[in-house]
Design a protein around this ligand. Structure first.
Ligand code: PB1
Length: 336
């Protein structure tokens, strides 16, 4: 029987109106171009503010509906889910990541029921669930076992797909995980129902500190420089994007944002046929927040300026913790 090549399967990019909109190009900053990252705790009734990211909270499942309802009413179109579990639930394989008591697995069917039009992306990685805090499976010597890692990442992606994710977004940066995920989705006949948003061009950045605090996902030893791109690597950035396109990614991402707008532009120019996401990461959020808090900048003006720079540099969608604030900014105010 004729096998359609992964990158020629277009249905996974068009099964939802929002995906179709992303593929249709949209030059204004509207809710369509925003994706809101949300931290979900394994304790259902807990809610706590993230010290390193003032104004950003971790939510137990029982807080999600009440938190999201007003944002969806203001036009929120998509969210990106991150699980946060207690250390005693972590192990070397990140077993909790796709277990029945994983906060993402539990939240997905509820979010789909409460907000049928909300597009739900799930970050797929091992670092929030491993006791070593790395994004993959390790050999005994502490180095990355790439083959095992991509199999495990693909397993987790399928679990989130089965639980109701519209999009799986692997942030692990393992070589070949996009192809592994696409094949795994194909094996369970979900290729045309779940989109793969690849963190294709992701750098080993100093801007991730607050997130690692938020999701308790710092590496227990070493760092992530053996699997995240060196900040100066133009060539590796191009090769990473080319690799993930060839393996069937439906959408691409550059991360972090502000310090990598040249890479964003180059990626968009090279792959104009792919929706391109940019992640305004936790360190960028904290930097802007504290500058505004200390009256060094006007939050609304500078945030709008930064968002505009990201759109100008080619971003189709901006992943930002400022989403609630921006939704309020976008609500047309009566002039009189
Ligand atoms: O906001 C952020 O800083 C995002 C951090 C990001 C989440 N996808 C990763 C960066 C890191 O901690 O290395 C998590 C990696 N899975």
């Amino acid at each position: 029987m004729y096998q359609v090549e992964a990158k020629n399967r277009l249905q996974s990019s068009i099964f939802h109106p929002l995906l179709r909109e992303w593929h249709s190009g949209n030059l204004q900053i509207t809710p369509v171009n925003l994706m809101y990252p949300i931290f979900i705790l394994n304790s259902p009734d807990e809610k706590n503010e993230i010290i390193s990211m003032p104004g950003v909270y971790r939510y137990g499942i029982n807080h999600l509906e009440e938190m999201l309802k007003p944002l969806v009413a203001k036009g929120l179109k998509s969210v990106l889910l991150f699980g946060v579990i207690d250390d005693d639930l972590k192990n070397t394989f990140g077993t909790n990541a796709d277990s029945n008591d994983n906060p993402i697995i539990k939240a997905l069917p509820l979010l789909r029921k409460w907000f049928p039009d909300l597009v739900i992306a799930c970050d797929v990685c091992l670092c929030p669930y491993t006791n070593h805090g790395h994004c993959g499976i390790l050999y005994d010597d502490g180095t990355i076992n790439n083959k095992e890692s991509i199999n495990r990442i693909a397993e987790i992606a399928v679990s989130y797909a089965k639980a109701g994710a519209h999009i799986v977004a692997p942030s692990d940066m393992m070589d070949g995980r996009i192809g592994a995920i696409k094949k795994a989705l194909d094996n369970v006949n979900l290729t045309n129902k779940v989109s793969v948003l690849s963190y294709a061009v992701k750098f080993a950045s100093g801007f991730y500190g607050p997130f690692r605090d938020a999701s308790k996902s710092s590496p227990k030893f070493g760092d992530r420089k053996c699997y995240q791109l060196p900040p100066g690597s133009n060539g590796l950035a191009s090769r990473a994007a080319a690799r993930d396109v060839a393996e069937g990614a439906d959408m691409l991402m550059v991360k972090p944002g502000l310090a990598y707008l040249d890479i964003l532009r180059k990626t968009k120019d090279t792959y104009p046929d792919y929706p391109l996401f940019i992640y305004q990461v936790s360190g960028e959020y904290a930097m802007i927040y504290h500058a505004a808090k200390n009256n060094a900048i006007n939050l609304k003006d500078v945030l709008l300026e930064i968002l505009t720079s990201m759109k100008r540099a080619g971003a189709d969608c901006i992943i930002t913790y400022f989403t609630p604030y921006i939704l309020d900014m976008l609500i047309p105010k009566s002039k009189y």
